[in-house]
Ligand binder design. Structure first.
Ligand code: NAD
Length: 329
């Protein structure tokens, strides 16, 4: 099977090549994202492998199908960038990697919380400059604080377990409550209650029509003043401009983002010599109580190895029963 691998970085190439070594897969690597502009690269391929910011819309899928592609193997969990109905209509099978390492993203959410709280991002620069003053670096104890987790699937559940370990009260909201989390002492409440009572709110639900701009002016108004918002899920869960307005008023006291709605223009590239043409993003970076990371929640050795192994397995065994649990279309 000939596979065109899109959005491929050197670390993807290394892990995928290792896993595919000695198999019937022949991988070709493309740094560019899959889109209507790049789909013409897919000549003489049976499958494509894509990542979070590839634009796999109906036109792209039709073009893939026309060129003989019958499998799309996503190297991620989320699939909001794929038109699954179009894939079904075109009889193109779509696979994803459902649970490569929930811990990696959950731990990154906690890293954002700890950075924002104890201001290690600021302390690091101060100490490098020989400034050991503590003014402005005061944090708070996590123990006893109330943490709200929106979405308690694989990543959300891992996050809740860690926060219970810190001694936090954990409020959860999900369409399908988890018995295991209830047993652990987490409490499922309405979204309204979660907004009203949480000191920290971490988002772990998928992006879909019902969660688009979940964090907006109206929902922020229901939250505590100075609330900490953490988003490691998908950028469009947060209305960026309205979050900025709330940072100005102090409604948001801390904002930790690993994802951003317009990230596909910026993330995963070295933009240090470019002028970023996104004034909302630029403004966000100026706040001392905002920490942004470039979609690196998943980026651990364990997760990358698992992504590569599952992607290769999806491609090799897409017809078998065992891979059907990872099939989206
Ligand atoms: P999952 O499918 O295991 O869990 C998602 C949970 O959200 C489910 O329990 C589901 O019932 C719940 N949910 C659905 N709609 C909801 C709603 N309207 N309100 C509240 N809960 C709702 O997925 P997961 O593996 O835990 O991943 C969660 C998200 O994390 C993914 O959708 C993806 O966008 C994101 N993610 C980010 C990174 C990263 O590197 N930052 C990596 C992997 C995944």
């Amino acid at each position: 099977m000939r596979v065109a691998v899109f959005s491929c970085k050197p670390y993807d190439k290394r892990t995928l090549s290792d896993c595919a070594h000695g198999t019937s897969l022949s991988l070709s690597f493309f740094e560019s994202r899959l889109s209507m502009e790049t789909v013409k690269l897919v000549q003489d391929f049976d499958a494509v492998s894509c990542f979070v910011n590839d634009d796999i819309n109906a036109d792209v899928i039709a073009s893939l199908k026309q060129q003989g592609v019958h499998v799309i193997a996503l190297r991620c969990t989320g699939f909001n960038n794929v038109d699954l109905q179009a894939a079904k209509d075109q009889d193109v099978q779509v696979f994803h990697v459902p649970d490569y390492s929930p811990t990696s993203v959950a731990e990154h959410a906690v890293a954002l919380i700890m950075t924002l709280n104890r201001k290690t991002h600021r302390a690091y620069h101060r100490v490098k400059e020989g400034n050991f003053a503590l003014e402005g670096l005061m944090g708070f104890n996590l123990e006893g604080k109330t943490v709200g987790c929106v979405g308690t699937g694989r990543i959300g559940a891992a996050f809740c377990r860690i926060m219970k370990g810190f001694g936090c009260h954990v409020y959860c909201y999900d369409l399908y409550p988890s018995e295991a989390l209830i047993e652990l002492g987490c409490e499922y409440v309405s979204l309204e209650d979660l907004y009203e009572k949480s000191d920290i709110i971490s988002l772990h639900c998928p992006l879909n029509q019902s969660t688009h701009h979940l964090i907006n002016q109206q929902t922020l108004a229901k939250m505590k003043d100075g609330v900490m918002i953490i988003n490691t899920s998908r950028g469009a869960l947060v209305h960026a401009q309205e979050a900025i307005d709330a940072l100005y008023t102090g409604k948001i006291g801390f904002l930790g983002l690993d994802v951003y709605e317009q990230e596909n223009e910026i993330f995963f590239e070295d933009m240090s010599s470019h002028i970023i043409q996104d004034s909302v993003f630029q403004l966000m970076l100026t706040f001392p109580n905002v920490v942004v990371t470039g979609h690196q929640g998943y980026f651990t050795h364990e997760a990358l190895s698992h992504i590569a192994a599952t992607t290769v397995d999806n491609l090799l065994h897409y017809r078998t029963k065992e891979s059907q649990s990872r099939r989206l279309a």
